[in-house]
Design a protein around this ligand. Sequence first.
Ligand SMILES: [Zn+2]
Length: 631
Amino acid sequence: MNRFPAAAGALALFAGASFAATTAPTPTSTSAPANGMWDLRDLYPTPEAWTAARDKVKAQAKALDRYTGTLGKSADAMLKALSAISDVKKESARLAVYASLKGDEDVRIAANQERLQSAVQLGTIVQEKTAWLVPEIIQVGKTKVLSFESQSPELKRRFAFQLDNALRYAPHTLSVEAEGVMASAGNVLAQPNEIYSQLANGELPRPEVTLSDGTKVKLDQAAYSKYRTATNRADRKKVFDAFWPSWSAFKGTFGATLTTQVESEVFDAKVRHFPDSLADATFADNMPEAVYRRLVSEADKNLPTLHRYLALRKKALGIKDQLHYYDVYVPIFDLPHPPKFSVADSEKIALAVDATYGPEYLSLLKKGFAANWMNVYPHPGKANGAYMNGSAYDVHPYLLFNNHDDYVSLSTFVHEWGHAIHTLLTKANQPFENSNYSTFIAETASIGNEMLLNDYMVAHAKDDAEREYYLGQGLELIRTTFFRQTMFAEFQLALHEAIEKGGTLSGEKMTDMYCGLLKKYYGDAKGVMKVDPAYCVEWAFIPHFYYGFYVYQYATSMAGAAQFADAIERQGAPARDRYIAMLKAGGSDYPYTLYKKAGLDMASPAPYEALAARMNRIMDQIDAIEAKKGK
Ligand SMILES: [Zn+2]
């Protein structure tokens, strides 16, 4: 029922952690793991043991439909059926974790890919053999479900939340025949993303540019991400001017695929009796639509704070004429020799930063650092990016990094460990059935760590130059995680509303709509930053628009984390304990409710105001340093 990518899988989306492989130590997975290499034997002692377990679970999964029609018989019968399904889901998740991690050790090995396929197939079998579950719970009905729960404390303890969640779907669940049609259409409705991916990541022509130092660069996505940060202004303009026309040339095709994506979401909402596609998308989390709309309106309200940052950026970069959109990525405070952090340094710093969260949090972190849970260094064949995978309930979390010893790596390190400790706190306090926490809360646990890290590095900087370097990083984190993601969220909402109001879309229209948002966010009319229309095809570059309404959660998470950080700083232990209690609650309640219990209302302006205040505080510190310099 969760249509979002799992929190663990979605981390690379915004962490900006797409690293090329370099020549760091190459860990090998032998019987005893080398330093910096995870030990997958905690999941299965050997690949053969995995295959044996897979065969066993597959047989169990295939037999799950024998419980069809038993749920309403008695409390015991319901418990028996739900337990059997739960056990299979738990074991198949463990199998999938191993297959996925093993695959990421070296994506070039065919056996790894086959194991991964086999795990995906098992997941499909589990899904098919339990497709009857939610409709049958709805059929049994709330009265009987509650009466069964009162008869069986175990049923209540493990399954009450799941049952309540399933019952919510009653008005949106169709007849058996119609559900069958929707399931069959699923693959067709998933095609826009496939077509997009073929074109954007494969067939799109890659222009070549020659930079001022003579370097020839073929501008694929990775190269664009790297060279758009060029210190030489002419170079970054050249990169922008060469990169975007190739996307613009295909804007009709990109527009058609994205329109089809939006139409498929509008179709799903209509067929399932939701008032609109936003209501459909937020239903899985039982998230009030007001949160989404509040986020967008608060980002708009706080644009003067973003504009203050852009003015500061212009001044720091020494730009005398007009700030342009191609000036948005270059670091504003570079150091000739940026600080380096080994993994041991990162661990030490993480322990100092997370002292804020108290002894229980720290003891889990120390336990994790002492064990072989991480695959740290880049090596040939290893998967890109960084993530935490905590889906094996009976085993500890695993973490993958591509550590480059720089500040971005350090920030990614505390981010993913934030997810890992959230997972450990959840597992220690929740049954498997309530362990699947939502992305909405997950990213608070991780982004919160990144913000605390930034505060810590600023406080411990060795001089003003280093302090400004970290303050600049802190500002960019807020721009990219909050303002940029909210701009995406506003764009998505506009696309869906256009179709829902009976309008039409095209690549050209999307470019116009996106241009309007870029100009508003970056203050084009106010003279803050000039947005050249040639760059307004950027929407075509963003893959997240094919994942439904999803990106908004990065922005809300960051705002929530800002308010928690303020509360903990002001009140100390009571606020900290409410925060830790939210992490321990895992997926035992709806995320909006869990936030409320921790003292935050995400549909109110407060979290967003806290984040804007934080951004202004960072800029006040920069202004103070600049004033000292006599500028
Ligand atoms: Zn994350």
